[in-house]
Design a protein around this ligand. Sequence first.
Ligand SMILES: C=CC1=C(C)c2cc3[nH]c(cc4nc(cc5[nH]c(cc1n2)c(C)c5CCC(=O)O)C(CCC(=O)O)=C4C)c(C)c3C=C
Ligand SMILES: [Fe+2]
Length: 344
Amino acid sequence: MKKGVLLVNLGSPDSPTPEDVKPYLSEFLMDERVIDVPLWLRTFIVKGIILNTRPKASAEAYQKIWWEEGSPLIVISERLQKKIQQNTDLPVALAMRYGSMTIQKGLQELVDKGVEEVFLMPLYPQFAMATTETILVLAEDIRKEHFPHLKISDLKAFYNREDYIDVLSNSIARHLKGKPYDHLLFSYHGVPERHIRKRDITKSHCKIDKSCCVTPSPAHEYCYRHQCLEVTRLVAEKLNLKEGTYSSSFQSRLGIDPWLQPPTDLTIERMGKNGVQNLAVVTPAFVSDCLETLEEIAMEGQEIFHEVGGKEFTTVPCLNDDDEFVEILSNWINDWATLQAVPV
Ligand SMILES: C=CC1=C(C)c2cc3[nH]c(cc4nc(cc5[nH]c(cc1n2)c(C)c5CCC(=O)O)C(CCC(=O)O)=C4C)c(C)c3C=C
Ligand SMILES: [Fe+2]
């Protein structure tokens, strides 16, 4: 069976204008795994409220970070795909969950090359229903409808793989070399607490308190909060960070429901007020720099920190197309292909 690979990232609007941001946000926020309320309520919230105001503000934010070649997230993902392609004989395609580079087009590209078996790689280290799960569900729907003979297997969340933690730690150490910092903040994209409880396969483990995420449980296979906190713990261990010099927070809250705590913006403010002079921020829920890292952290976060008297604000870039990251992703692909080739 001929094999191929589909990398999938989140997506971006086609251009940083309200006209292009609106349909993109509409597709994104009408996803039942992103805003997980009944359709009538989601339609009211998204089409009746958010889409009337957010596209303009969001487009302005995108304009601040947009590159000549396009959206940073897309351009970086394309660079990643090209580098991975140089490391494997399998065809490697790239798609986005939202926007015009659809999963259907990505699968079609592979099928046109004769591929019968696809390794689907959601580019998210941690599992979340709003990211990994929505990709897997949509890919399966498309497979059933358009490519029923295609076989798809997927890459599991890789948050605690030793090689990933090594690559992330090396990248942090490299970027912070010679830049003394008092505190390293691990800022992850937030999700509503409800998303965590909904994916608790034990139905009772996830209390979202101080101890549940550090108490072993099968629930952790699908617990975004546990997986984020584990990344922080494992990187801190690897880099020998001292207790009290690092912490985790969750950014980009939208809506009024309780989201994971503590929020990044308030954490940055509190640190500046409490005398942290040099703050470094790393964003390990994103593998590619994007609006959330380049604008919300590097611009808005820095502004908040300076306003309350902080001095140096340093952001660690995402892994993007880092050569070591390319190497481990390529290894996972080649391992998968070898495993599939073993007769059972
Ligand atoms: C209910 C809303 C949202 C949830 C839940 C959510 C989860 C989530 N998102 C990412 C990664 C990215 N999100 C990005 C942008 C973005 N996210 C939301 C809302 C939710 N995300 C909105 C409305 C937007 C658009 C921008 C805005 O108006 O603020 C991006 C950036 C895309 C880009 O083009 O650069 C990424 C990446 C994760 C990892 C996640 C849950 C784990
Ligand atoms: Fe998001």
